[in-house]
Structures are given as C-alpha cells and as structure tokens.
Design a protein around this ligand. Structure first.
Ligand code: GLC
Ligand code: CA
Length: 564
C-alpha cells in the first residue's frame, strides 16, 4: 500500500454552529473557532473538518447551500475564513471543508433561474419532471420524510426532486455545464489552500433517471425509501472524474460519506487508485438501519457492536484505511449510545475512546467527544430543531408506537443530541455564548466542560490527550498507524481486545465491559510487554502478574510488545 501524508493524522470535526460564539448572537462562528485553535493544538489533533460554513438558509443546518463561494453571514465573512485558514496553517494543522454537491438550496441562484424559466437551460441543472396522473411523478420517500417530489414554485404540473428536505433540490450530474461549475468551485477552494474535503451524501449523485413512476411501498405512508433510485451502477466513473479534475492535481484528501457499500466494493473506493482517500466506517452505526424506525431499535448489545467493529476492521485491511467515528453531527453521542447505562461514566467513556483511537484507520473525534459529552435530555418533541428527528417521531407513531415511545426513541437517536453547544466552562451557557444559544446547552455542563477537565489530571479530556499523543508517537506508528488489526480473546465474555501488529512491534489493547473483574491469561511474550496507557486511576489496580492480567470493570489497558 502506498504511504500518504494523511495516514497518521488525528482528525477533529467542528460543527460551527455549536462550537464557539464570538459575538453573542447565540450562534457559533468562524471567529469563535479561531479563538479556540490553541485548544485544538494543545489537544494534539492535526486535521480539522469544518461542517458547512457556506451561505445557506439553514433548512438543514448549512447542508443546503445557496452560494458555494460565500460564507454564511451567521458565521462571518470570507476575511474571517482566510484568517482561520492561515491560523490553522500556522499551527501546522490541516483544514478540510464539507463538500455538499448532491444538492444545493432552493435559494441558490441556479434554482431561482430554473424556477423563472422552468423549461430553460437551468432547469436541467436539476431534475424537473412532469406530474403523472395529476400528482407526484413517483411514490418515493425522502430521507427526511414525505415525497421526494415537490411542485416547482409557480407550477401546477411540474415537480423537482429532493432526496433530502424540500429546501435541498438534487443537482443533475448528467448536465456537463453544471458539473464543470461544481469542479471549478472545488478547485477554487483547493487553490485557496484548504487540504481537502469531507464529501457529503455523495453516493446519491448517480440516479436512475428513467424515474419509474411506481415502487412497491415499504412503509405505512405508501412510499418507498428513495435510496432505490441510487442503488444502480455507474457512479465509479463520475467519482473518478471529480477526483482527477480536482483532488489529485492538488494532492488533497477526500473523506467520503458512503453508506451501504458492500465489503467487495471497498477496494474500488479506497484502494491505491480509489475514488476517495478514505471513507467513514459506519458499520456499527448502520446496525440500526435494519430497523423500520428508531423506536424499533433494541437496547445496546455489546456482542453485535463488537462484531460490527471487527468486521469493519477486516474489510479494508488489505488495501486501505477507513475513517473511524463514534459520533458525528448526524448521530447521537457515543458515550450514551455504545455504553450500557451503568458504564456511562468517566471510566467507561475512556474505555470506549481507547478502542476508537487505537483501531486501524484515521480517527475522527467529534467536538465534545473528548470531554465526554452525552445525549441531551430534551423535554419535548417540539424542542428538537432537526427535521430528521421529527420524521422519525411521526414514523414511530405511524408504526403504532405511543407518543411516549416515539419521544423516547428521539432521546436516544436524535441528531440534535450531538448538536448542542460545546461545553467550555461552567459559566452561563457553558461559555459557548453570552447570548441565547440557538439550541439549549446540556444541563450537565457544570460537571462536563473543558476548563474543569483541563485542571483535573484524571479527566476524560486529559486521557484523550494521552490517547492522541500515543496515536501520534512516531515510535509506535508502525503498529498504531500501519499495523494490521487482529481481534483477541473472543472467547472471553464482554471483553473487547485487539492487537495491532507490525513486523517489530505489537500493541495489545484489552478492555473489560463486565461488571466484575476478569482475569486474562497472557502469553509469555505478552506478559513481558510494557504498559503504555491505562484508564485505571489506581495504577496498581490493573496489574500483570504470573502471566495473568486482572482487569476491573471498565478497565482499558494498552501494552506494547517487542517482537523478536
Ligand atoms: C449528510 C449530512 C447530513 C445532511 C445530509 C444532507 O448526511 O451529514 O447532516 O443532513 O447529508 O446533506
Ligand atoms: Ca455568533
């Protein structure tokens, strides 16, 4: 496998609206981010992914872009952006943007021009289709509920396609002029000096444009999930064209948001000549997708989760790296989701972080994960801003769940769980804003915040710093960056252990998810290993003797072992 400049990076995702507000309007902004760059540098991360900061009416929190060359007023100006970029570079960090090119916003000038001349050239930038039997051209459900077809404003028999919210019309990648404009825009940002992109919803750009009129419904709303439109072949050459026209000439990095790939397709996506540099590994997150709605998802199950992580690791081992995430702006907090209730504490969160950071792949930390932020105890369905949450709530009711059950499922899975403001200190609004935050601050900010944790050597934050430092230690890179992944101790119940193996060095990670102590027998070679890191507060509690290691509940231990 060819070695690349980005293989050993630790990445950090910023959700700008909720990171840091500099002017008291309750909305995070670019100057706020600039003011916290020292924090990120001190944490040790080196690649920052900014969720969208482009001009947008915020129907879907900036994933609906009205001007790809503009910065959202709420977030600041292009001068602020340029300063942010240069401050990032000064700290020897990298910056990647979000690239949202499956759709734009109904406020984009392309869409406005299309609406004013619905049979003219701009209409072909989108998918405009005639009504069928006086109604929507087909019965497909958008990602956020409702039909994917919406009437073109001012028309009574002409619809446009939107796989996401009605404010996000899908772009027609079959139109050469449009594609060229997108490439020009991508190159413009890369020329400015950004290091690459996280590529949003990209698997949806290649559609079955015959647009069949009827699909067998898969839900009580009589609709079928719109994903069927984009399951066909043909996307490969489109992705390669984007890569070759923009990404490769800049030696930039791309991180694809690609759900639903089968193991067999991975090499095509992230192999040496892959469509992307890397793509997120959503194997564990996708466990819930086999359920009809959030309300149907059972309690967290350790074994299925561990199996998912292990199979995800093996799938890409021979040819590439995936990007590892516990949580992001579309998922609930990992601390609340992937730990049993009794383990949702400092020790458990550190244990989960140990696994995440030391798996094979590029670790992506989502803002607040490093301090152990948790799901938000919203009080009522109306408190949620996210359209997806409201869709899931309605879906649960349609499926026959009670209002309380539907609401409980939002508490578990809503995207707003991870979108509440970053918790900086224990002053009003967690130091995020001096105004009224756009989404409420989690009331646990008085215990969980950066300032407090910085002062406490045993905090989650300080543990994350150690994990990041370990992941970046050049002496360990052969194992922790390039080493293969080998699961261990599968026969031990509720233990997740794995080894990262390189020719001269191995790193063994063992974590105990039991409510009791476990004693793990070690081979001779392993028992001569050195403890690199443990989350045990009392270093003696987690001990190695006579070839046996004893782990208390929620202990995580990392050993380095020299190979002869
Ligand atoms: C991606 C984004 C998500 C957004 C969607 C539509 O999944 O991560 O936040 O709603 O694309 O752009
Ligand atoms: Ca602001």
């Amino acid at each position: 496998m060819k070695r690349e400049w980005w293989h050993n990076l630790v990445a950090y995702q910023i959700y700008p609206k909720s990171f840091m507000d500099s002017n008291g309007d309750g909305i995070g902004d670019l100057r706020g981010i600039i003011s916290r760059l020292d924090y990120l540098q001190d944490l040790g991360v080196d690649l920052i992914w900014l969720s969208p900061v482009y001009s947008s009416p915020f129907m879907d929190q900036g994933y609906d872009i009205s001007d790809y060359y503009g910065i959202a007023e709420e977030f600041g100006s292009m001068e602020d952006f340029d300063e942010l970029l240069s401050e990032v570079k000064k700290r020897n960090m990298y910056l990647i943007m979000d690239l949202v090119i499956n759709h734009c916003s109904t406020e984009h000038e392309w869409f406005k021009k299309a609406v004013s001349d619905p049979y003219g050239p701009y209409a072909d930038y989108f998918y405009f289709r005639k009504a069928v039997d006086g109604r929507e051209p087909s019965n497909l459900r958008s990602y956020f509920g409702g039909n994917v077809w919406e009437l073109v404003p001012g028309q009574s028999d002409l619809y446009y396609l939107h796989m996401y919210t009605p404010g996000q019309p899908d772009l027609n990648w079959g139109n050469d002029e449009l594609r060229q404009k997108l490439y020009d825009m991508v190159n413009w940002w890369l020329d400015k000096g950004i290091d690459g992109f996280r590529v949003d919803a990209i698997m949806d750009i290649c559609k079955d444009t015959s647009f069949p009129t009827y699909y067998e419904p898969d839900g009580p709303d009589g609709l079928r999930f719109c994903k069927v439109l984009t399951e066909g072949p043909g996307i490969g050459p489109m992705l390669d064209d984007l890569r070759d026209s923009c990404i490769r000439p800049h030696n930039a990095i791309t991180v694809g948001e690609c759900f639903g790939l089968s193991g067999g397709e991975l090499e095509e996506f992230i192999g040496d000549n892959g469509h992307f540099s890397t793509i997120f590994d959503f194997t564990a997150h996708s466990l819930i997708h086999k359920h009809k709605c959030w309300a149907e998802v059972p309690e967290f199950d350790f074994n299925s989760w561990r199996d998912a992580i292990i199979s995800g690791q093996h799938e890409s081992m021979d040819f590439g790296f995936r990007a590892n995430v516990i949580e992001n702006h579309d998922e609930p907090r990992g601390a609340s989701r992937y730990l049993p209730t009794w383990a949702q504490n400092d020790a458990g969160i550190k244990m989960l972080g140990t696994i995440h950071m030391l798996l094979r792949g590029i670790p992506f930390i989502y803002q607040g994960q490093e301090i152990g932020m948790q799901n938000m105890p919203f009080g009522d369905i109306d408190e949620y801003n996210d359209p997806n949450t409201h869709m899931e709530y309605d879906l649960a009711l349609l499926e026959g769940y009670s209002k309380e059950e539907a609401f409980q499922s939002c508490l578990r899975f809503s995207r707003d769980n991870a979108r509440t403001p970053m918790q900086w200190n224990n002053s009003t609004n967690s130091g995020f804003t001096t105004g009224t935050p756009w989404l409420p601050v989690n009331p646990n900010y008085t215990n969980i915040n950066v300032e407090l944790e910085n002062q406490n050597p045993a905090s989650i934050l300080n543990y994350y710093k150690k994990l990041i430092a370990l992941r970046k230690d050049p002496a360990l890179a052969e194992a922790l960056v390039y080493g293969s992944f080998q699961e261990e101790y599968l026969e031990e119940e509720n233990v997740f252990a794995f080894r990262r193996v390189s020719p001269h060095l191995e790193v063994l990670v063992i974590t105990n998810w039991n409510r009791d102590c476990v004693e793990i027998p070690l081979s001779n070679r392993d028992s001569n290993g050195t403890i690199l890191l443990t989350n045990c507060l009392d270093q003696n509690s987690c001990h190695l003797s006579d070839g046996v290691i004893t782990l208390h509940p929620l202990d995580a231990i990392v050993l380095s072992i020299k190979r002869p």
